[in-house]
Design a protein around this ligand. Structure first.
Ligand SMILES: C[S@@+](CC[C@H](N)C(=O)[O-])C[C@H]1O[C@@H](n2cnc3c(N)ncnc32)[C@H](O)[C@@H]1O
Length: 246
């Protein structure tokens, strides 16, 4: 961690205008200048990723396929490195070439022979195997405009009993369902406005839609500190679900 790298990242988060006529161009415009410092800064901002990845069940058959939707630099694969030999394939799917370049460096450096970084839109991605046994979204749903299509794609790719894990920022509905975290007016108003400047859209419907499409295995709402925002804590959640049916 260096102050200079942090200042560069903060400049991109707070000042650098996001340009581009397509979603892919806008993502690349946002990430290109900060890809080098991405992992260090996001380690302090994006809470709850490692425990979520560690708790995802891997099929005992040894031929499981894991798709990490909006996987960026592939940093989360470090959390499951010890279980890679039990998987047939892991796909890191993302639309930002700058972040995928770092993912490819990480794959080479670690010698992960069954991990592949793929440039694709997660709302349409289908792995060559035609299905996935485990699907994860780590802080990506809030950056996917058609987030409902991304969740629908996960439903299509998973077999009955297949697992989904999501960790992301969120705000609740004014009246959340029983068993789900609720937030007051200030939280529901401030954080969506704050993150929207970086095209990160906290949406009170993410969690209800996940709960609608999947059988809930676990849900946890929490709050995490934001670097350089003294005393401010942003809400995030971890959701683990299973595709219904047998
Ligand atoms: C905040 S980053 C999270 C990256 C990584 N999952 C992590 O935990 O560090 C959100 C990621 O979602 C990707 N993304 C957004 N929309 C996407 C889409 N439609 N298809 C593929 N990736 C997308 C972005 O390029 C970015 O890498």
């Amino acid at each position: 961690m260096s102050l200079l790298t942090d200042l560069r990242i903060l400049y991109h988060l707070a000042c650098n205008p996001i340009r581009g006529g397509t979603h892919r161009e806008r993502l690349e415009s946002f990430y290109k200048g900060q890809a080098g410092g991405y992992d260090d800064f996001r380690r302090r901002l994006l809470k709850g990723r490692e425990p979520l990845y560690r708790r995802m069940p891997v099929p005992p058959s040894g031929d499981g396929v894991w798709v990490d939707m909006g996987g960026g630099t592939g940093a989360n694969i470090e959390a499951i490195a010890d279980r890679l030999p039990q998987l047939k394939k892991v796909y890191i799917v993302d639309l930002s070439p700058s972040l995928l370049a770092i993912a490819r460096e990480r794959i080479d450096k670690n010698g992960w022979t069954n991990v592949e970084a793929v440039e694709a839109d997660v709302t349409q991605f289908v792995p060559p195997e035609g299905h996935a046994d485990i699907i994860t979204f780590s802080y990506s749903l809030t950056m996917i405009p058609d987030w409902f299509a991304a969740i629908d794609q996960a439903v299509r790719l998973l077999p009955p009993g297949g697992s989904i894990g999501v960790v992301d920022f969120f705000v609740s509905r004014k009246y959340p369902a029983d068993g789900y975290t609720g937030h007051g007016w200030y939280t529901r108003t401030f954080w969506p406005a704050w993150f929207a400047q970086d095209n990160v859209f906290l949406n009170p419907d993410h969690v209800p839609y996940l709960a609608n499409r999947f059988e809930r295995v676990a849900f946890r709402g929490n709050r995490g500190k934001v670097p350089y925002m003294l005393g401010m804590k942003v809400p995030y959640y971890q959701f683990v679900g299973r595709k219904r049916g047998t």
